[in-house]
Design a protein around this ligand. Structure first.
Ligand SMILES: [Mg+2]
Length: 339
């Protein structure tokens, strides 16, 4: 029997600048560092709890605290841990993702193999990542465009009264392709279609979650008429039927903190591909630890948005690399490749 000791620590991460989306603003994110220890090897993970799903740093820590230690005959069968966490309680997907990530890191270190090799990823370099702008007044966009300097793709958060002004302000400064994330901010079919027509003329290549997740009927209509690929984000947590989602969206944005596991995310990626859905891999505002795990899944994706760690004042470690042209790349080191 192998006994894993689980160590949890608050991971408070100040942001370079205030980050606003349609649901609110933050200057700091409060995540959780997860370490598991067994046989003299430590695996590292991170949970980035999300208020949208009723998770907080406290709730994630209390879930992991009450989970206690992990005993297993076979630490290499990740599904045993996923099953045990599921039995321990509902929800708390960020906490579950943090612990599974740590066990994966441990497995890679124990076997002395990078996870991208162990999981047979297509390579260690993935798609280009976007660089995200939170919501801000159009007049602040100049500073932000400068900040985004080397990154070739922009992700712009919308869902305000002045969405068109934000886009116009950016377009006066740069013609970089834009991914728009409305975070459920457009409330009617007419508003969504009006924005899509506007954005289609301004080099926008994807729109994430135009309308609220509960607007299923409305989204079916929007999808039929949209000239830009639409990605489900808030509409997918991992339990939905992908077939049903494909009538509302052209693709799905998979996030570890919503599915609760790397293994579950990879299953969803493969199922989505089978029915012709496009795949995007996203992140929360998280450090390079969780972003490296997200980027691992991103090796199979069409689009990557794993820039959470770029928005932080500083990162606790080094991991995921972003190449000069914006492509994500995992390090050739055991486990997640964190240092
Ligand atoms: Mg999103």
């Amino acid at each position: 029997m192998n006994t894993f000791q689980i160590q949890i620590l608050p991971l408070d991460l100040p942001l370079k600048r205030r980050f606003t989306i349609s649901r609110g603003s933050r200057d700091e994110v409060n995540n959780v560092l997860v370490k598991i220890h067994c046989q003299g090897i430590t695996g590292i993970g991170e949970a980035a709890p999300n208020h949208r799903y009723n998770e907080t740093q406290e709730s994630a820590m209390s879930f992991l605290d009450s989970f206690g230690s992990y005993e297993t005959e076979n630490p290499f069968d990740i599904s045993l841990l996923v099953e045990k966490m599921g039995q321990h309680g509902d929800g708390e997907f960020a906490a579950k993702a943090g612990l599974e990530m740590a066990l994966y890191d441990w497995i890679g270190k124990k076997l002395n193999i990078p996870l991208y090799k162990l999981l047979q990823a297509p390579g260690r370099t993935g798609p280009r990542t976007t660089y995200t702008f939170g919501i801000d007044k159009p007049e602040v966009m100049k500073e932000k465009v400068e900040e985004a300097g080397p990154y070739p793709l922009l992700k712009i958060k919308l869902g305000t009264e002045y969405d068109k002004d934000i886009i116009e302000a950016i377009r006066e400064l740069t013609d970089k392709p834009i991914l728009v994330d409305a975070n459920e901010g457009w409330k009617t079919v007419d508003q969504a279609l009006d924005m899509i027509r506007f954005l289609d003329k301004r080099n926008v290549f994807v729109i994430e979650q135009p309308m609220p997740a509960e607007c299923v009927r409305e989204m079916k209509e929007v999808r039929l008429k949209s000239t830009i690929p639409l990605m489900a984000d808030e509409s997918i947590t991992g339990k939905e039927s992908l077939q049903e989602l494909s009538s509302q969206f052209h693709g799905i944005n998979i996030k570890l903190m919503k599915t609760g596991a790397i293994s579950t995310s990879l299953k969803i990626v493969h199922q989505a591909r089978k029915i012709g859905l496009q795949v995007m891999v996203g992140c929360m505002i998280e450090s390079v630890i969780a972003d490296t795990a997200s980027a691992l899944v991103g090796l199979w994706a069409d689009y990557a948005d794993v820039d959470g760690h770029l928005l932080l004042k500083e990162n606790p470690m080094e991991g995921l690399e972003i190449l000069p042209q914006g492509h994500i790349r995992l390090r050739d080191l055991p486990g997640l490749g964190l240092q």
